[in-house]
Design a protein around this ligand. Sequence first.
Ligand code: C2E
Ligand code: CA
Ligand code: CA
Ligand code: CA
Length: 279
Amino acid sequence: AKELGRNNYQWYSMEMERKMSRSLLIENGLKTALKHHRFHLVFQPQIHMLNEELTGVEVLLRYEHPELGSISPIEFIPLCEQTGIIDEVTHWILTEAVFHQLEWKRKQYPRVKMAINISPLTIEKKGFVQYVKNLVERTGVDPSLFEFEITEDAFMNFTEEVKSHMLELQNLGIRIALDDFGSGYSSLKQLKDLPIDKIKIDRTFIQNVPAIERDQAIIESILDLTSRLNNEIICEGVETKEQVDYLITQNCLYAQGYYYSKPVNSTELEERWFKKMQK
Ligand code: C2E
Ligand code: CA
Ligand code: CA
Ligand code: CA
């Protein structure tokens, strides 16, 4: 047993080392990623299920590491947060997003709202609201086209600063959405305490409906609760026709998920969605 213990320990430390060096490799890459154009944005449609019309898109960040290739944001966003580059990365995302909005306006596509994920670490910063304000003033972009999606996590809870900055952003005309509602740290406490315009129900609650009855009871209670709050509600991770039909019977009208579209680049978004809308 002692022998096994030692082997396990060795295996464990080797595994740790392997993970560490991958993280270090990614961290190093991230430091120069902005300069080397290794980030790009993709867009996932948000749909009104009754008429299948596009109402908005969620902006999602993609990162290509020079040696490791494409890396999931689930892995690299926390590294951006830990190394402190998340603010700069978010500024880049916002500038890029505004650029796209102005471009779409110039091309006379219909208005499509953009949901952008913002780390609570960034919202908390003193200069963030001013940064957004300047960006809006400098470019003349319509701030009501933007919605900031936020989630609390293990390392960052919503402080008084976060709350007051949310209010300031709302005063600028930007909407606030509570992301991943019902999962982990995104819960009733946030609904009670935060200025929220929209609730995004986590995909774990959509995954097994209508198949599993217990899950039906849960999602129906969530919808019942959230629908009383005068917030817009959207379900994420909608993958099947059965889910769409079921959610409509539950009076939930907005969805995002692979059933409608995976995240696509801006060219595909224009070709597949905007041009159709113009006709
Ligand atoms: P999230 O904000 O919950 O984003 C939704 C994730 O679910 C996206 O993964 C999306 O591709 C995926 N998804 C969409 N529809 C479906 C579906 O029908 N089924 C399944 N199984 N998955 C679906 P992605 O792009 O890998 O992003 C993962 C997470 O990384 C995001 O979760 C968000 O927390 C974070 N993230 C991504 N981009 C950014 C960003 O620009 N800034 C920040 N701060 N975080 C970001
Ligand atoms: Ca999100
Ligand atoms: Ca989400
Ligand atoms: Ca998430």
